[in-house]
Design a protein around this ligand. Sequence first.
Ligand code: ATP
Length: 521
Amino acid sequence: MEASPPPSDEEISPPKNINNPLELNLGAAGALLLGENELRLSQDSGTAPGTARIVEETQDPGCCGLGRKGHGQLPNTILYYDILWAELRDFVLTISYAQRIRKTATLHTLVISIPAASVSEASEFIERLIDRAYNSSSFKSQPRKRIKVLINPHGGRGRAAKIYSKHIEPFFKAAACQIEVEHTTHHKHGEEIAQRLNIEDFDVVACCSGDGLPHEVFNGLAKQKYPRRALRKLAVCQLPCGSGNGMSWNLNGTDDPALAALTVVKGVRMPMDLVSVTQGNTRTLSFLSQAVGIIAECDLGTEDLRWMGDTRFTIGYVKRLMTKTIWPVDVAIGTAISETNEIKRAYHHVHSEISKRPDTIPDVSLTLLSEDDSANDLPTLRFGSINDALPDTWLMKPYPNLGNFYAGNMAYMTANSNVFPTSLPADGLMDLICVNGDISRRRAMQLADATGSGALIDSADVKYQKIVGYRIVPRQKDGYISIDGERIPFGGFQAEVHHGLGTVLGKVGGIYMAKGPSSVE
Ligand SMILES: Nc1ncnc2c1ncn2[C@@H]1O[C@H](COP(=O)(O)OP(=O)(O)OP(=O)(O)O)[C@@H](O)[C@H]1O
């Protein structure tokens, strides 16, 4: 930006409240005021001769992503949450901020000429403004995050790189984040990158992708020399550029890339449970879900419909209902809570505590362990692996008419599927639903409807539980098993949850952005 010559001191009316730390007086142009939750602009026209000048520049991504600058109308207030950064250079104060409008966000900059006499006052004001922009009564976030950006160029409809440069990068840059970008070139490349990442160089790994890349990143961090330390140090997040954007819906509350970028800039670090899945001799981490039955089929069996975005899941569901609906298995479950009202009560308790004190989420993820501590390894499997004897308290039972076995760690599977409304990021439990495959098609369609509103938990056709782990062994020879939307070989596997093993960024600390369950009956 070009430096404007400062208005001379004679041109400017004398500042009125020079000692008020919450106000930056701009003479006849007005003043900037630090309110409780927002920056306020008390302004005159700002263009009259003899005053300091305030103008606003609008960053419009434009049709080809090159960006256009226009002059917009000055706002009266800007919420601290929306303020990205402020700096003073050559007598020009710039304040960049996001304007959230119609389910997306646009980037704006206030450009204010500062009289020479007010420079030191302006510098102090900026410090206080930035502090409030990242440290308010409703959220605490780290400013100037160091972000490793991974882009899956094939994610979703192959538009991830464009989406990044047009809608995401401008927010990261405006927020003075330090960015390093890498494009994935092959399957599992995200895992390789995360495995060799120097964890001291970054705060965040941001995946411009669907849910596939975060899955790979968690697993790459789990392969570092000190996996637990790596999983605590780096917050993994997803910027929605894929066909399955469950992670973004749960943590950012949106599938709009610009709004999600704002959530990453302002995101609250928090621990998140991760699940170990053992099959054969492999151990894989899962952050989102594990599925056997109709959901696995309509996720993995609809690759040819990827161009539809997440509508492919709905089409896949209806197609399966017309053909096969039963996938027989043997299953043993480590149940923690099986009574629906008790599950809801536990959720509502945590939710109301967090709503009362949104700024006090204990960030256990920042309590790093020492490098030579064996606790830096992945947690030992409390219930053993698929190759061990079953834990005493788990009972293997045949389930010959299974239709849907879906265990998860997050509420939303896609935009319209709030499967687990009682899911919490770090309650140390997974949610599980089991549905019989021999219910009528009409009832199966009603279940699909209930998913959108988070009402599955109240359906008589759904067995909903909070669990610590399970073993499931399919009886058929072939089919789909989905772990976080990625296919694993069809065969028996075992899962167990690890309390707060991973770290993520969320719009609100300690809860997901999904609507919780209905109240307790
Ligand atoms: N350059 C690449 N070439 C081929 N595959 C890749 C590449 N980069 C990443 N992948 C793979 O693409 C898969 C899907 O990734 P991602 O989730 O980002 O996209 P998506 O289209 O939204 O898929 P999903 O709907 O499964 O979430 C992952 O298995 C990942 O390993």
